[in-house]
Design a protein around this ligand. Structure first.
Ligand SMILES: C[S@@+](CC[C@H](N)C(=O)[O-])C[C@H]1O[C@@H](n2cnc3c(N)ncnc32)[C@H](O)[C@@H]1O
Length: 282
């Protein structure tokens, strides 16, 4: 009898040990402690990101769930919060219940660096500079061009924000994931006379773009260039037969295809024409 009791105790001891080892294996110390973003800043950040009912808002390190809950409650979005701390996840779920948005919010206990964020259309952050820098690669790898990112207090080093906003003495940053546009693109605007093969060469660092274009055998540096998500635009100026000509190109990038229009002001070809380009070299 005593032998059975002893082996029973050993079994219970081993089970407790096993559970606690397994538990420890799952728990990781948070990379940054919980500190909530003030509510008025949360609202301003969601407003800046233009959150609406078509959006899926991910808060990486969601704390008490406030970004995700407000995005669902006031902006009609769906939201997902990820936090490594189980206490925060429990709290977020309770808060979502209270706010009556449990059906449009999901809270995941886990490491934000390992979360699958591909479905996000908006990402909100309040981490640290170092964590933002570490996260950058993942954001570019997983998020679609056009996805908006807002970060409270911390920036992304040499990835300059599209905008920096201030509320009282607080700052937040706003970016849009740019499409990959670098490379050589070929196009042909037959209506501009002749069938010369025209070429656009784009260099890119994040959303900053520079480059040159060959139109009808003449080379120009592009100017007023802008890349926002998958929308690219730029212009060139030149003189033809004594007249100043401004050509404004704009288009949408989908993989290796750029589709849009070119507006010509001045000169013999004034007007707006379709413009499509195909990337031939990355
Ligand atoms: C400064 S709080 C921000 C909370 C919330 N996003 C807000 O702005 O109110 C950072 C949160 O990130 C969580 N966290 C820290 N490291 C994490 C990691 N590696 N993965 C997931 N969450 C993490 C913390 O538990 C904490 O709740």
């Amino acid at each position: 009898m005593r032998k059975i009791q002893r082996s029973g105790s050993i079994l219970i001891f081993l089970m407790v040990l096993g559970f606690s080892i397994a538990g420890h294996a799952q728990t990781r110390v948070p990379d940054v402690h919980f500190d909530p973003t003030p509510w008025d800043v949360v609202e301003a950040m969601l407003n800046k990101a233009g959150v609406n009912q078509d959006d899926v808002v991910y808060d990486l390190g969601c704390g008490d769930g406030r970004f995700v809950i407000l995005a669902a409650k006031n902006f009609g979005a769906r939201g997902v919060g990820v936090d490594i701390d189980p206490v925060r996840i429990k709290e977020s779920k309770e808060n979502a219940q209270k706010a009556k948005v449990a059906d449009r919010t999901t809270f995941i206990e886990g490491d934000l660096f390992k979360a699958d964020i591909r479905e996000a259309t908006v990402v909100t952050l309040y981490l640290l500079n170092d964590l933002n820098y570490q996260l950058r690669q993942k954001l570019f790898r997983e998020l679609k061009p056009g996805t908006r990112i807002v970060s409270y207090t911390f920036d992304m080093a040499d990835w300059e924000p599209d905008e920096m906003m201030q509320i009282r003495d607080r700052f937040f940053y706003y970016w849009v994931i740019p499409a990959d546009v670098k490379g050589i693109w070929r196009f042909n605007i037959a209506s501009l006379g002749g069938d010369l093969q025209d070429q656009l060469t784009l260099n890119q660092k994040y959303q900053e773009v520079s480059g040159k274009i060959i139109v009808q055998g003449r080379e120009f540096h592009i100017r007023d260039q802008r890349l926002k998500g998958n929308q690219v635009s730029f212009g060139i100026r030149y003189n033809v037969e004594g007249q100043n000509v401004l050509m404004k190109f704009s288009g949408r990038v989908t993989g290796d295809l750029l589709e849009g229009s070119v507006e010509v002001q001045g000169g013999p070809w004034a007007g707006t024409k379709p413009w499509n380009a195909q990337r031939v070299k990355h």
